[in-house]
Design a protein around this ligand. Structure first.
Ligand code: HEC
Ligand code: HEC
Length: 206
């Protein structure tokens, strides 16, 4: 600072301009460093989020998923999602009613052969107080439902994403047994699209 006053008028008036230039250059370097140092690419925007949801929607409303996420209390069957034969019902815990429990016929793994019961140790419908209906929902409706904690049993979007990427009952859909078409996207692609949807703020189609 002493030097500043000792160096006379010309130098003194030139300085603020120079330091401003330097400050600007420094800021630019800091900004660039921030961009390059940041581990993620920029957050997806709302429109890519909405687009991604439409992909996720195709999977959720495919027969392999929606057959266990029906509007009523009967599970559905087959690629045409017809009502489950034998008058099977949801029951109080999603595992069927007395004498017609899911595990009477559904084992822990798929039984070989067409029209044989598929299997998983958790084979059941969602609870009656959180039916998690996918059948008949429009993209906008399903999107809003998945964001409503009252309808998802308090799951956050992050928890839903984890459920789809790691739950083994969800995973069954990609190994459904003879005569059943898997969902239109692979599991990895479904999770990737769902992540774009969530990271972009969970935007909903109109
Ligand atoms: C009496 C035996 C029986 C009981 C009880 C039973 N199921 Fe099934 N279920 C079957 C058979 C057999 C199939 C295979 C039908 C086919 O592929 O044509 C099947 C298929 C299904 C499918 C179709 C899978 C798909 O994507 O096509 C779902 C979903 C299902 N059952 C859910 C349930 C649930 C949930 C319960 C209990 C609430 C239950 N079932 C109880 C015999 C039964
Ligand atoms: C055999 C029946 C069955 C099949 C097949 C099935 N689900 Fe589910 N799903 C359930 C049950 C039961 C629950 C509730 C259990 C829980 O919340 O952990 C559930 C819960 C969910 C949830 C949590 C919903 C919420 O609102 O909290 C999501 C998301 C989900 N399923 C997605 C899928 C997708 C995607 C597929 C297909 C790739 C699928 N499910 C296939 C039975 C099934």
């Amino acid at each position: 600072m002493t030097a500043l006053y000792a160096n006379g008028h010309r130098r003194f008036s030139a300085l603020p301009w120079r330091s401003a230039t330097r400050a600007a250059a420094l800021l630019a370097v800091v900004a660039m460093a921030t961009v390059y140092a940041s581990p993620q690419s920029p957050k997806p925007d709302a429109s890519s989020s909405r687009e991604a949801f439409l992909q996720v929607y195709k999977v959720f409303t495919s027969p392999r998923c929606q057959n266990c996420h029906p509007a009523g209390d009967s599970p559905l069957q087959g690629d045409d999602s017809h009502v489950h034969l034998q008058n099977v019902r949801r029951g109080k815990d999603g595992h069927g009613v007395y004498g017609m429990r899911c595990d009477t016929c559904h084992q822990t793994t798929n039984l070989p052969g067409e029209h044989m019961p598929p299997g998983n140790s958790k084979w059941s419908l969602p609870f009656p107080d959180h039916k998690m209906v996918f059948v008949g929902r429009s993209p906008a409706e399903l999107c809003r439902q998945l964001k409503d904690p009252k309808q998802t049993g308090d799951r956050s979007l992050q928890k839903l994403l984890e459920h789809v990427s790691s739950d083994d009952l969800v995973g069954w859909a990609w190994d459904p047994g003879a005569g059943r078409t898997p969902p239109p996207l692979s599991r990895a692609e479904t999770v990737a699209q769902m992540k774009i949807w969530v990271d972009g703020g969970g935007a909903c189609p109109q």
